[in-house]
Design a protein around this ligand. Structure first.
Ligand code: BEZ
Ligand code: FE
Length: 288
């Protein structure tokens, strides 16, 4: 087509595909082009704005490395990651929520009843729950990968003073599907905002905070792997998570427990006679 106009460019784009193109690839690319073209017409995008957008992507590329992926962060703060999560979730299973960039490979084994906080000090949190199927029946021996921030608000991979495995643990739930461990109550923290994504947040008058949370990846043979988080019901950022990860079924009450009531059977290191909190959070997996 040699007579390309601003009104027919989307149709022309669609006509340029080869005969052997995978139909799904074509469907996604045509829809992408249609939305980009509509966006350009709707906003009457100028050359300066278009160039700024490309410079933004170039900057994101420059600071992306194996430890920091600015494109994933961009997807997170735009709500894209959460939208993909929600539209691919099974409504009968626990909601999925953002993975984030701070998971580490080969986490250390954490036994049922183990202590993930090791020598760190702070408010002890006892986490307890069951892995179940969508009928409510326990799934025995599921694998649960758990991670969180240290009390200073940093993940191990962000903090040279922490062992890379601190506040990470890999647990196998027991025969009844039960998992439980002790840790320190995680704190709310900010997503990295010193790069191009931070500029977007600034320009939009948005803050970079996330409510405090524990991350989980739960897997069991025959079930869909669940990537999720649990949030405390009293967190000040619950209604303004900068990456849109909060869902109703992931918000739990962290119940204060009196001093001297710590249950037996846990490997808690340090003081067992202080007050602590407890959260119960079941993980419901959908069949594959
Ligand atoms: C996190 O929860 O660790 C996280 C999620 C999205 C972006 C940055 C951090
Ligand atoms: Fe996180």
């Amino acid at each position: 087509m040699r007579n390309v106009t601003k009104d027919n460019i989307t149709d022309v784009f669609s006509s340029y595909f080869g005969d052997d193109t995978d139909p799904r690839v074509k469907e996604v690319l045509v829809a992408l082009a249609r939305h980009i073209h509509d966006f350009t017409r709707e906003t009457k995008l100028t050359h300066d704005e278009w160039r700024k957008g490309l410079e933004f992507l170039e900057w994101a590329g420059r600071i992306t490395d194996p430890e920091r992926n600015e494109f994933v962060l961009l997807s997170d703060v735009l709500g894209l990651s959460s939208l993909v999560d929600m539209q691919n979730s099974n409504p009968e299973a626990t909601s999925s929520s953002v993975l984030g960039p701070f998971h580490v490979s080969n986490p250390p084994a954490l036994e049922v009843g183990g202590d993930m906080k090791r020598d760190f000090e702070g408010e002890v949190l006892l986490v307890h729950g069951y892995v179940r199927d969508t009928n409510g029946d326990p799934i025995p021996n599921a694998t649960i990968d758990i991670w969180q921030t240290a009390p200073n608000g940093l993940y191990s991979s962000q903090d040279p003073d922490q062992d890379i495995h601190s506040f990470h643990g890999l647990m196998t739930a027991d025969e009844e599907g039960r998992y439980t461990f002790t840790t320190i109550r995680p704190v709310c923290y900010t997503v990295p905002s010193d790069g191009p994504v931070g500029e977007i947040l600034n320009a939009a008058g948005r803050h970079p905070w996330r409510p405090s949370h524990l991350h989980y990846i739960v897997s069991a043979p025959g079930y869909r792997t669940l990537v999720t988080e649990v949030f405390p019901s009293d967190d000040p950022y619950l209604d303004q998570d900068t990456v849109f990860g909060v869902r109703d079924d992931l918000v739990m009450t962290y119940v204060p427990q009196p001093a001297g009531s710590f249950p037996d059977g846990y490997k808690l290191s340090g003081k067992v006679n202080d007050a602590y909190s407890r959260v119960d959070f079941d993980l419901i997996l959908a069949k594959q």
